[in-house]
Every structure is written in structure tokens, then in C-alpha cells.
Ligand binder design. Structure first.
Ligand SMILES: C[S@@+](CC[C@H](N)C(=O)[O-])C[C@H]1O[C@@H](n2cnc3c(N)ncnc32)[C@H](O)[C@@H]1O
Length: 367
């Protein structure tokens, strides 16, 4: 009787713990969507740029109706994202966006920028039905079908790391090559699977004499990358092309090749590594940057493990399966697998570089 009661109580505790967790996730997810709404409707920008505002003033600045602005401001204040700066009734209460929050929400190259999380959630939700259908059919869902939100979400999530860490922390880990890269020497650098181009732009800025070539399989990413490089003023030194990393057919002699957060996405990662090996100048490294996951399967996992498995089931695995069902690795790329792939592709060594980063691990592959 007691044992049966204990078991029943344990089940209730289990149920309630998961229930609480899911409720927290609902709250977080919904608030993330209100953040995206605030970005898209220009509400945060108008509040930051114009300072303290009533709902009516903010609506005026953002070109919206007062009723919508008022509800959103009340919700945002309730959620602790904007603050009430002067108490009053619904018409007279004033709000302000705290400086640190404005940075996290609007400063795309700040190391604390985090609102790229919001379009990502929108993009993943939009494609969910197709992903569920793919689970039934066993087919893939191509990267392009995930659309602009995912493309920009990934690009903008990674952009602050490229802007703030690549020149000061990542390239210095390459030893002597770093001195040459920043000297203004006319080096050639290849950025494989460059996405929307922020890494190629950061490479061009960090290596003032470099010609940077960026390639990616996704056409829309290459269109974005060209536009981003032009806006960044480096289009004369950064060239982008659509291409498959496993079928690269170009002149070699690159003094540095990089793959940022994309090896695990490739349909034929070993083929890609092999091709790249043939493009490296003598003594030149391939820098592979991929997820900083645990060394082996760990359940339950920490936040990083959970994040990357969630990416894997919702996006990377379906997208990679659409490219090729042969390896279809998924997001969770562990060190042992990188070493195995590098060996299979004919590299002589793989070094894990001591670069501090919460999300990524850095590998130097030498031919
Ligand atoms: C997670 S995104 C990373 C993009 C970019 N490197 C960054 O860090 O923001 C993965 C990228 O790999 C690209 N990709 C996947 N398979 C590829 C392949 N076989 N050849 C070239 N690019 C590929 C996708 O199109 C996508 O842009």
C-alpha cells in the first residue's frame, strides 16, 4: 500500500516538474515572439531613439496605432523588458528601454546581442509541419526551405562572435600565420559554407591584404552575403560564389581555409575535407569551428547539449538529409568524429585549439 502510494507520489512529482518546465518554455517562447514583434514593428528602436514615451508618443514615433502600442508596452513592462519610468494611467504612464536591454535587442554587432534568437524560433515553427512530414517519409527538408528567418537567424546569431572574437582571439591561435595575416600581405583565404557572409567580412577586416573567397551551397545566403559585404565596404576584397564544399573546383594555394559551424551540415563532410586539403598552400591550416558539445552522449545534457540536439532534430538533420542520406550526421559533432573524418580525408593532424567560446570548439587540421 505504502509502496504503491510512494510510486504514485513520485509519478505526480515527475509530472508536475515537467509541466512546470513546459509552462516556463511556453512563457519564454511567447515572450520571444513579442520581442520579434517589437523588432519588426520598430517599437524598440523608436523607444530607444526617442527616449521615455507614453503609448501615444511611441505609436506616433513608430507609425502605429496607440491601442497596439499600449498593449505591447504593458506586456513588455510586465515581462521586465521595458521599464515604467513614470507611473500614471494607461494614457499617461511613461516607459523607457534600459540601455543594456537596447544593446541586447538592437546592437547587431554587440557581444551581448541576443534577439537573433527570435526569428530563429519563428522560422523553426513555420517549417515544423514539413519537418514532421519528413520524419514520416524519411526524406530531408532542404536548407533553402527553412527560409529567410533561419538564414538570418543563424547569420545574426553568429555575427557578434565574428565581429568581436575572430580577429582578437581566434586568428591569434594560429601562431605565426596570424602575424602574416594581419601584416597586410596579399594572402588568399577561403571561407567554406560562409552563409550570409559575416565570417568572410570579419576575415577581410582582420587580414587587411587578404582576398577572401566565400562559398556556400545556398543561393539566397550568397545573395545576402554579397549585399552584406558591399554594405560593410569590403566587396572589393571579398568574393562570394554558390558551390558545394565537396565539389570545390578552383585554384588552390590558400593560406587559410575556414569552415565555421557548417562541417556537420554537409552531405559529404569527408569529401569536403578532402577537397579542401587539395586547396591548401604548403603548411597552411584548415580551421574547423563546430559545436562545443560533450565528448560523448550524455543524458540528461547541459544547456549546450540540449540546444544543439534541438537544432539537430528541427533543422540540421532534415537539411543534411536533403543534401545526402549517406552520413546525415546532425548538429552534435563530437571531437572523435572530427578526428575520424580528418583521418579519412588524409589530414596528418588535428589539434584542438585553446580558444574560449561557450558555443564552439576550434580545430586546426594540417595536411
Ligand atoms: C549553420 S550555417 C553556418 C553559416 C556560416 N558559416 C555561419 O557561421 O554563420 C551552415 C551553412 O552550411 C551551408 N552548407 C551546407 N552544406 C554545404 C555544402 N555541401 N557546401 C557548402 N555549403 C554548405 C549551408 O547552406 C549554411 O549556410
Amino acid at each position: 500500500m505504502t509502496m504503491a502510494t510512494d510510486a504514485a507520489q513520485a509519478i505526480t512529482r515527475e509530472r508536475d516538474a515537467l509541466g512546470e518546465r513546459l509552462f516556463g518554455a511556453l512563457l519564454g517562447g511567447m515572450e520571444l515572439l513579442t520581442v520579434e514583434l517589437g523588432v519588426r514593428a520598430g517599437l524598440y528602436r523608436a523607444l530607444r531613439d526617442g527616449g521615455h514615451a507614453t503609448a501615444d508618443e511611441l505609436a506616433d514615433r513608430a507609425g502605429l496605432t496607440e491601442r497596439y502600442a499600449r498593449e505591447w508596452l504593458e506586456q513588455q513592462a510586465t515581462a521586465g523588458i521595458v521599464e515604467v519610468s513614470a507611473q500614471g494611467g494607461p494614457a499617461t504612464r511613461r516607459y523607457v528601454l534600459p540601455e543594456g536591454h537596447a544593446e541586447a535587442l538592437l546592437e547587431v554587432e554587440s557581444s551581448g546581442y541576443m534577439s537573433a534568437a527570435a526569428p530563429t524560433l519563428v522560422g523553426l515553427a513555420k517549417i515544423l509541419e514539413s519537418v514532421a512530414a519528413a520524419y514520416r517519409s524519411g526524406e530531408g527538408v532542404g536548407y533553402a526551405r527553412y527560409g529567410a528567418e533561419i538564414r538570418h537567424g543563424i547569420g545574426d546569431f553568429n555575427r557578434p562572435m565574428f565581429a568581436n572574437e575572430l580577429a582578437s582571439e581566434w586568428l591569434p591561435s594560429l601562431g605565426e600565420l596570424h602575424t602574416r595575416l594581419r601584416s597586410g600581405a596579399a594572402v588568399r583565404v577561403l571561407d567554406v559554407a560562409c552563409g550570409t557572409g559575416w565570417s568572410s567580412i570579419a576575415l577581410a577586416r582582420a587580414c587587411p591584404g587578404a582576398q577572401v573567397d566565400g562559398i556556400d551551397l545556398d543561393e539566397a545566403s550568397i545573395v545576402d552575403a554579397r549585399r552584406n559585404a558591399a554594405a560593410a565596404g569590403v566587396a572589393d576584397r571579398v568574393r562570394f560564389e554558390v558551390g558545394d564544399a565537396a565539389a570545390l573546383d578552383r585554384e588552390g594555394g590558400y593560406e587559410l581555409v575556414c569552415i565555421f559551424e557548417a562541417l556537420h551540415d554537409m552531405g559529404d563532410p569527408v569529401g569536403a575535407l578532402r577537397r579542401i586539403r587539395g586547396l591548401l598552400a604548403r603548411g597552411a591550416p584548415l580551421l574547423v569551428v563546430d559545436e562545443r558539445v560533450a565528448q560523448s552522449f550524455t543524458a540528461p545534457g547541459d544547456e549546450i547539449e540540449r540546444l544543439y540536439y534541438a537544432w539537430s532534430v528541427l533543422h540540421c538533420l532534415p537539411a543534411t538529409l536533403a543534401e545526402s542520406p549517406k552520413i546525415a550526421h546532425g548538429t552534435v559533432l563530437r571531437t572523435d568524429t572530427v578526428r575520424q573524418w580528418a583521418r579519412d580525408a588524409g589530414y596528418a593532424s588535428v589539434e584542438v585549439l585553446s580558444v574560449a567560446n561557450d558555443f564552439w570548439r576550434f580545430y586546426r587540421l594540417d595536411a
